[in-house]
Design a protein around this ligand. Structure first.
Ligand code: MTE
Ligand code: MO
Length: 372
């Protein structure tokens, strides 16, 4: 059993698949803290978790022609200036289960918890690339990452991001060795992973083994044959993966974490809680909440956490204290967020349905009953 050596996990996680391990925190725990505690941070593994020895670990950075390739130990990586950021990681499949209710999709049944936030620390990728002699010459070039996890044929997990993002110090792409002040947990990439703030989780390659600069994006299955969006009309017979760009920055997103769907509200006051986030460093500027399926709206209160303009890498938690309108027997609670480019979420899932069940950012809806 290639999974026999996987780490032990927190019992509160809702497990979507045991081998490989995929799990999300329950909604009420997800928004209990702005920073998600490591043991309940959502986990998305495609393969068994490698067991790497930090003493013999080496990260290979392939240099450009005329530059120098680097073989970095963990100590070597610590010699680069340490950079810290708070960033949210979201899987493209977050909220896939709602898409599946419209029409069957292929993928794990994620609810609203394939998203979490941590304080990450490590070396900046741009500093390490510069040390190897890389420069931003070719606008089409990608930085390709390879994990040390692999399938029985020896194929490693891989993904890539544009070189322009990797070389931009303001994009704050990290080769992270710390998560919330601790060495990375095994499930989250020990000893080193990539963190690409504002970009889909799939590019945050864990158990990082190799970094290279290539004229085109990674040839990995997960870059070219997965993690892409398509029209609702495209099915598995007609899909042409080369026709769509790989997902990088994600669209604006929000979800309700309290109350839960199907709950019974016992008082005349209801507290609605949730998270909101947008890709590319775009800040969430407003969250609207409706108790009547979208007929009337109230503006939620956002947390006070500091956000840097154009570098809003982390989510905002929000809440709304509302009075249940007299005579109401049920509430159709809805939320939608707006980012600083005034991007909004689509109101329903069907028009953004796609065969792989990615990129679901429709208004999130929760139905509750009111106790008589
Ligand atoms: N890196 C490796 N090496 N192997 C993987 O399976 N999964 C990716 C990414 N990095 C993956 C990986 C995907 S799809 C996501 S969403 C994130 O890791 C999840 O990161 P997490 O498990 O720390 O939450
Ligand atoms: Mo993912």
């Amino acid at each position: 059993d290639p999974y026999a050596d996987d780490p032990i996990r927190h019992p509160a996680l809702k497990v979507n698949s045991q081998r490989p391990f995929n799990a999300e925190p329950p909604p009420e725990l997800l928004t209990e803290n702005y920073i998600t505690p490591n043991p309940i941070f959502f986990t998305r593994n495609h393969l068994p978790v490698p067991n790497l020895d930090p003493d013999t670990y080496r990260l290979h950075i392939i240099g450009p022609p005329g530059g120098q390739s680097l073989s970095l130990s963990l100590d070597d990586l610590h010699q680069f200036p340490k950079h810290e950021i708070t960033a949210t990681v979201q899987c493209a499949g977050n909220r896939r289960s709602e898409m599946n209710q419209i029409k069957e999709v292929r993928g794990l049944e994620w609810s609203t918890g394939a998203i979490s936030t941590a304080r990450w620390a490590g070396a900046r990728l741009c500093d390490v690339l510069a040390k190897a002699g890389h420069q931003l010459r070719d606008a089409e070039a990608h930085v390709c990452f390879e994990g040390l996890d692999s399938d029985p044929t020896g194929t490693a997990y891989g993904a890539s991001i544009p070189l322009a993002r990797a070389m931009d110090p303001e994009a704050e792409v990290l080769l992270a060795y710390e998560m919330n002040g601790q060495p990375l947990p095994r499930d989250h990439g020990f000893p080193v992973r990539v963190v690409v703030p504002g970009v889909v989780g799939a590019r945050h390659v864990k158990w990082l083994g190799k970094v290279s600069v290539e004229p085109e994006e990674s040839y990995s299955h997960w870059q070219r044959r997965d993690y892409k969006g398509f029209s609702p009309s495209v099915d598995w017979d007609s899909v042409d993966f080369d026709s769509a760009p790989s997902i990088q920055e994600l669209p604006v997103q929000s979800a309700i974490t309290e109350p839960k769907d199907g709950e019974i509200i016992e008082s005349r006051e209801v507290t609605v809680k949730g998270y909101a986030w947008s890709g590319g460093g775009r800040a969430v500027v407003r969250v609207d909440v409706s108790l009547d399926g979208g007929l009337t709206w109230q503006v939620a209160e956002l947390d006070e956490e500091k956000q840097c303009p154009r570098k809003a890498w982390a989510w905002r938690l929000w809440q709304l204290q509302a009075t249940v309108p007299p005579g109401k027997k049920e509430l159709n609670i809805v939320c939608k967020a707006v980012d600083d480019s005034y991007n909004v979420q689509p109101d329903t899932v069907a028009p953004i349905w796609n065969l792989r069940g990615v990129l679901n950012n429709a208004w999130h809806r929760v139905h509750v009953r009111v106790a008589p």
